[in-house]
Design a binder for this molecule. Structure first.
Ligand SMILES: Nc1nc2c(c(=O)[nH]1)N[C@H]1C(S)=C(S)[C@@H](COP(=O)(O)OP(=O)(O)OC[C@H]3O[C@@H](n4cnc5c(=O)[nH]c(N)nc54)[C@H](O)[C@@H]3O)O[C@H]1N2
Ligand SMILES: Nc1nc2c(c(=O)[nH]1)N[C@H]1C(S)=C(S)[C@@H](COP(=O)(O)OP(=O)(O)OC[C@H]3O[C@@H](n4cnc5c(=O)[nH]c(N)nc54)[C@H](O)[C@@H]3O)O[C@H]1N2
Ligand SMILES: [Mo]
Length: 793
């Protein structure tokens, strides 16, 4: 029995402390480097942005589905009772299914939602939609669109690799040279999907540095590896990483430092790749001199690094950002190829990493057990989209698309149902998405907050936050199982996603299929008991559910595997532990991918210049490469209204970082409001000058709530996705390619008005008589306008 109660979130485990002014969140005391992000979850600035009652866009309520869809995001909402809202959603689902079939419902509903595993919104919505005959789903993620598709052809699934990275302990003991493309940013390792435990990155890097490991940061940003010691910065042009890796590979090969035995015993296709590398097949040796032209680095530095890589125990790592780009498959495929040439894969401290620093879990030595998951049932609809093709799907119903060697057609979507994501945060070219978003007849969104996506819905249903619910949190490799407890009661009329879906299911006569007769408590017990049986088989004993709840948290560190080495078993015996590729070996050349005959992703890694990068013709007009990376002070768009996120802004706008020389050339000063623009759109941001950005590169993190000026359409808050291109990584993966984007920056032609991202939409209380009898409509639950009026802009 413990008297500490916990609340778990993607960015950490927090202790709930009762105080005279209400509950507070504190960092878990065992966490050596807790993330401040989640401490602000209870901030009044956030509750002011809550959706408190079900709400319907006015034209939709007055004229029905499809009415004035161009007014989405621009019209007032009418608040209605839960009974009316449930009936409205149920009737819409029934209408669309009867008239167009379940293939007309997009329920992909991508997004991070909350860390709890029962209240996981994606699982809830998919289970619900399956119980009514299915929905159009999405494949892959914005995080790893290109990697998830290409890596199974090359070395194995991304899911498996993420769980089997060589542990930090092994790196500290054996790694002599750590070369990272895209850094190992502590800002990103604050987070692990489903709940970070102890934050370990900082200590791990410092320990490696103390042990004498050398660090090389290949990145447009000097920051991103903090070791307490020196870090060598190679400021290669963004998007040129594959060329640099080829240059390194060429020099390693030319010096005879490549491991022929490893290449023949553990790999296939080296003989197909070698002539490309040397230039025998295309007349272009991929030498350091060739790579120097493309990357902007001195050829001597590339040769020097190649030599050191050939001589030392070397770990080569790539951040996920590299593959969130045009031809994003190539840097990951080439990284594995380069590591194979060094022949250290499966040895302690050597080989490759695909995401050290991207999440706290990567490099962890904790147990890799599978946590509780809500069963989603079977989806009777076959149609799907690669996740980032949403605007394409809405604009081009019936058109074909290629994906992983297959050919498919876009469905004709009439209804979008979203729970647990924010497409007006996560998608590229938001201007295009705004136009495509007008096509469906009906858009239903479950949200705790009035996010840009909620504001662009027809029906918005208010959802509880994770701090208002009991749940089980477990993230693989994080070392804790947490009984997450509610911190405060639901605000306004908010309900859990589960309860909303249960009520709609009841209306549609599928309640038993959806709920199986369980309430939330019964589900938590059921999911826990299933996990407890599975873990018992794996030798991990858990108390019963009541015992778990009583202790609040279970530390799993006695099951750690500190000696974890990626692909160790494969190296020891490739016949006994083959890879899940067609050959069972590392595929430097893939017959399968070659067989797809794709010009933008041939059978082995190649250099293909991105459509937008500093080497493109377009750079004459838009000479700055925009990095839209993950934000330090929030998770994507989550908690952007919090004081922690706001305190990172410049006069209420997201900061854009620029090299002083680029600013001087444009006559711009630190701290002023600037406009970023290209042919797709524009946004305002606050200028921050720093020599940590390489010249020609600017950085505007993602997640500032989209705030288009109604007059100009220009975003006033600093959301980079008005600028990014909605262009797939390739026809292999169709992955998100946000990082390939050129812009220009100037002082805005007119004095800009203030940003208004955190202002509620106009809400009209329904006037129907008798409504006052609705018990949810208590004064406390009303959407009190004074809440919003009291806030800073
Ligand atoms: N330009 C650019 N764009 C990018 C990226 C980039 O690098 N550059 N990165 C991409 C990546 S990697 C990702 S993962 C995506 C992230 O994109 P998203 O996952 O869509 O972003 P979040 O802001 O986390 O959105 C989660 C939403 O769920 C809501 N929510 C939280 N809990 C619950 C709940 O219990 N129920 C319901 N119904 N809702 C809940 C939150 O309020 C929030 O609005 O962005 C992508 N977009
Ligand atoms: N605080 C915080 N942490 C997060 C998230 C968050 O929203 N907030 N999101 C989480 C999620 S969903 C994901 S998927 C991961 C994403 O992890 P990543 O995709 O790796 O994260 P990013 O921050 O987009 O990029 C990391 C760094 O890569 C470098 N970089 C960008 N482009 C290039 C390039 O072309 N070449 C090279 N060599 N370097 C480049 C930049 O220095 C950038 O800071 O982060 C997770 N961690
Ligand atoms: Mo992500």
């Amino acid at each position: 029995m413990s008297d500490i109660r916990y609340s778990a979130a993607h960015w950490g485990i927090y202790e709930i402390e009762a105080g005279p002014e209400g509950p507070r969140l504190l960092p878990m005391r065992e966490d050596p480097d807790a993330s401040p992000i989640g401490l602000h979850q209870l901030a009044p600035e956030l509750s002011a942005m809550r959706v408190r009652r079900p709400a319907v866009r006015r034209s939709f309520l007055d004229h029905g589905p499809g009415a004035r869809t161009e007014l989405r995001g621009k019209e007032p909402f009418v608040e209605i009772s839960w009974d009316e809202a449930i009936r409205l959603v149920a009737e819409e689902l029934t209408r669309v299914r009867a008239r167009h079939g379940n293939e007309a419902i997009f329920g992909g509903s991508y997004g991070w939602a909350s860390a709890g595993r029962f209240h996981h919104a994606q699982s809830q919505i998919h289970r619900f939609l399956n119980s009514i005959g299915g929905y159009v789903a999405h494949r892959d993620s914005y995080s790893l669109g290109a990697a998830r598709v290409v890596l199974p052809h090359v070395v194995g699934t991304m899911d498996e690799l993420m769980k089997s990275h060589t542990s930090w302990d092994v790196l500290a003991d054996h790694c002599e040279l750590f070369v990272s493309f895209g850094g190992v940013p502590a800002k990103n390792a604050q987070i692990s999907q489903a709940g970070a435990g102890r934050h370990r990155l900082r200590a791990a890097l410092e320990r490696m540095a103390r042990a004498g490991c050398q660090f090389v940061n290949v990145s447009p940003l000097a920051s991103g590896i903090e070791t307490g010691g020196p870090v060598e910065w190679l400021a290669a042009r963004p998007g040129s990483d594959t060329a640099l890796m080829l240059g390194l590979a060429f020099e390693i090969h030319a010096s005879g430092l490549h491991d022929r035995e490893f290449l023949s015993r553990y790999c296939v296709g080296w003989e197909r790749f070698e002539p490309y590398l040397t230039g025998a097949s295309d007349g272009q040796p991929k030498s350091a001199d060739w790579a120097a032209e493309l990357t902007g680095l001195a050829a001597g530095r590339i040769r020097d690094l190649a030599r050191r890589m050939g001589e030392k125990r070397t770990m080569i790592n790539a951040a996920w950002s590299l593959q969130r780009a045009d031809h994003g498959e190539q840097p990951f495929w080439m990284l594995v190829t380069l590591a194979a040439m060094l022949g250290q894969i499966g040895l302690p401290g050597g080989g490759f990493g695909l995401g050290y620093g991207c999440e706290n879990s990567i490099g962890s030595a904790h147990a890799r057990l599978s946590g509780p998951t809500l069963p989603q049932g079977r989806n009777a609809v076959q149609a799907f989209i690669p996740v980032a093709r949403i605007a394409d799907m809405l604009e081009r119903p019936g058109d074909g698309f290629a994906y992983d060697g297959g050919h498919y057609r876009y469905p004709d979507i009439r209804l979008i149902y979203w729970a647990g994501g924010n497409p007006f945060h996560h998608h590229q070219d938001l201007g295009r998405l705004e136009r495509a978003w007008q096509k469906p007849e009906t858009i239903v969104v479950h949200e705790p907050f009035w996010t840009p996506t909620a504001r662009r819905a027809d029906i918005v249903l208010p959802v509880t936050t994770p701090t208002e619910r009991e749940d089980i949190s477990y993230a693989t490799l994080e070392g804790y199982l947490v009984a997450s407890r509610p911190v405060s009661p639901p605000l306004g009329a908010a309900l859990d996603d589960y309860e909303i879906f249960r009520r709609i299911a009841a209306h549609l006569d599928v309640e038993d299929a959806f709920s199986e007769g369980r309430d939330t408590e019964a589900w938590l017990r059921h999911l826990y008991d299933g996990m407890r049986r599975r873990w018992a088989d794996a030798g991990v004993a858990l108390p019963d559910f009541d015992g778990f709840r009583a202790v609040g948290r279970i530390d799993l560190s006695s099951h750690d595997e500190p000696e974890r080495i990626c692909l160790e078993a494969f190296r020891a015996d490739p016949a006994a532990a083959p890879l899940p590729t067609p050959s069972g070996r590392i595929e430097i050349h893939s017959e399968t991918v070659a067989g797809f005959a794709l010009a933008d992703c041939p059978g082995h890694p190649v250099w293909l210049p991105p459509a937008e990068w500093l080497g493109a013709e377009l750079a004459a007009r838009y000479p700055l490469h925009l990095i839209s990376d993950q934000p330090e002070r929030r998770l994507h768009s989550q908690l952007d209204p919090s004081p922690h996120s706001r305190s990172g802004k410049i006069a209420g706008r997201e900061p854009v970082t620029m090299h002083p020389a680029d600013a001087a050339a444009r006559g711009l000063n630190d701290g002023e409001v600037v406009e970023l623009f290209n042919d797709r759109g524009g946004c305002l941001a606050g200028l921050r000058l720093s020599e940590a950005a390489m010249p020609g590169v600017v950085r505007l993190a993602t997640g500032a709530w989209f705030d288009p000026d109604p007059e100009t359409g220009r975003d006033r808050h600093g959301n980079p996705n008005v600028l990014t291109a909605d262009r797939p990584a390739s026809s292999l993966s169709q992955g998100c390619a946000a990082q390939s984007c050129l812009v220009e920056i100037r002082r805005p032609p007119e004095t800009p008005g203030p940003p208004r991202p955190f202002v509620l939409p106009e809400l009209i209380a329904a006037a129907a008589p008798g409504e006052g009898a609705d018990p949810e409509r208590s004064e406390a639950g009303r959407n009190d306008r004074s809440d919003a009026a009291g806030q800073p802009p």
